[in-house]
Write a protein that binds this ligand. Structure first.
Ligand code: CMC
Length: 433
């Protein structure tokens, strides 16, 4: 890479011909080679399936240093936010870039709280699903259908409508997730209560029934809020990139977020928390751990240690550290510190970390390794784990969506390909084949 007096460039040589490519310097992280004009100049594409070396956008929202195991939202480290802040303040930071004053925070919380109810006719949508539908299936459908109910916030060219759509999505997602749950267990939908904070209200909508008084346990509300905070954003992951790609065509916000929810569902992404707890239960007792470690290492076995490994973190996932501590605290406070799943998880983590396979590949526990244990202790079934991730990540998706739309250079996302199929050939009539 040439580092001359002028702007920095990288030189690419193809068949003896050299091309100077601008080298962009981020505020943190590795330099980025700007290849936007490469095809026009050299007539070649770059090849990077899985985007392992490709920055698809610029962003000022979240930064991950995978080597150091650091996660910053607008510069603020996640461990500080998890300890000192709370979810709605983190939402404000992600959306608007700065810490709010007390008045700004109060105003923001008020705006979110005033949008917690969903259109009454949306009830009918829930009732159209089978009772045994996965709550993620319901969420994909219902969030996508919001575009049929909130016409006054679908014009992406109107900043006010974009703002209203953002607030609506953050405010209504707990109601939608809770109702998806209530529907699958055959209980009546519980309406939001605006005198409760965001996390307490979600617990209320999930666990209260009309027949009796429900008191939200403040320990659980704090743990719930922390889970929301730890999942709030994670820069250009698969679901966020899906939201950005969907939005690049000018699609409305509800459709874009529904696309993000669909992507999050997969077991390599947000679905890992459900898959991880199911794996821990399947292992069942510590004496079976070696068998599963061997399976995870076996190239011929598709089994992977769920809740382990990450595309970006090649060190401890900082969210996993907080989550592990939270799991200990919550289970102790609930008097279930001898939870067998937690014991299996701790011993599995220790066994994997001591194993050269995981050390060499830099595989560490990720956010999903301990979150399921906390959620289960709170009373959630595994099928609700990924909906809770979706609810928490909504603010990240929305912040990234807003950032993208504010970019005057926005272009529709349209990747190229390395074509390896047949070249042109003549159609053969069926009787001649
Ligand atoms: N167990 C066993 N081996 C693993 C694991 C694992 N969990 N994760 C990666 N490896 C191996 C993999 O087989 C590969 O080995 P080799 O180089 O010999 O082919 C090597 O490590 C690199 O893995 P990769 O699949 O090329 O890495 P990736 O960056 O494409 O995948 C990942 C990242 C998160 C999809 C993967 O680590 C994984 O499948 N983990 C389990 C699922 C999981 O916990 N996902 C949650 C991620 S964090 C929350 C979120 O993003 O939603």
């Amino acid at each position: 890479m040439a580092d001359t007096q002028g702007p920095r460039t990288a030189t690419l040589t193809i068949d003896g011909e050299s091309y100077e490519l601008p080298l962009l310097t981020p505020t943190a992280g590795p330099d980025v080679i700007d290849i936007r004009k490469l095809y026009g100049q050299a007539g070649v594409f770059t090849y990077d399936p899985g985007f392992t070396s490709t920055a698809a956008c610029d962003s000022t929202i979240t930064f991950i240093d995978g080597g150091q195991g650091e996660l910053l939202h607008r510069g603020y480290p996640i461990d500080q936010l998890a300890e000192k802040s709370h979810f709605l303040e983190v939402c404000y930071i992600l959306l608007y870039g700065e810490l709010p004053s007390a008045a700004e925070l109060e105003d923001f919380e008020h705006r979110v709280t005033m949008h917690t109810m969903i259109h009454e006719q949306m009830n009918n949508l829930f009732r159209g699903f089978r009772r045994d539908a996965h709550p993620m299936a319901v969420m994909v459908g219902v969030v996508g259908a919001m575009s049929a109910f909130y016409h006054d916030s679908t014009d992406i060219n109107d900043p006010w409508q974009r703002e209203v759509a953002s607030i609506r999505l953050i405010a209504k997602m707990p109601t939608i997730a809770a109702w998806a749950y209530k529907y699958t267990i055959g209980q009546p939908f519980v309406y939001p209560r605006n005198d409760l904070d965001y996390a307490s209200n979600f617990l209320h909508m999930c666990f209260s029934v009309p027949a009796e008084e429900y008191q939200v346990n403040p320990i659980l509300a704090r743990a719930m809020d922390r889970i929301f905070t730890l999942h709030a954003d994670h820069e250009q992951n698969a679901s966020t990139s899906t939201v950005r790609l969907a939005s690049s065509s000018g699609a409305n916000p509800f459709a874009c977020i529904a696309a993000g929810i669909a992507c999050l569902w997969g077991p390599a992404h947000g679905g890992a928390n459900q898959a991880c707890l199911e794996m821990l239960r399947e292992i069942g007792t510590p004496n079976r751990i070696p068998e599963y470690i061997e399976r995870a290492k076996d190239r011929d076995d598709p089994f992977r240690l769920m809740g382990f490994g990450h595309r970006v973190y090649k060190n401890f996932d900082p969210r996993a550290k907080v989550m592990k501590q939270s799991a200990d605290e919550v289970l102790e406070l609930l008097g279930i510190e001898h939870n067998p799943t937690l014991q299996v998880a701790k011993q599995l983590e220790a066994a994997a970390l001591a194993d050269p396979y995981f050390a060499e590949k830099k595989l560490f526990p990720n956010v999903d390794f301990y979150s399921g244990i906390i959620l289960e202790a709170m009373g959630f079934p595994t099928s609700m784990f990924t909906p809770i991730f979706a609810l928490s990540r909504t603010v990240g998706w929305v912040s990234q969506w807003k950032e993208q739309l504010a970019d005057p250079q926005l272009k529709i996302g349209r990747p190229r390909q390395l074509y390896l199929g047949e070249v042109m050939r003549d159609y053969v009539d069926i009787e001649d084949r």
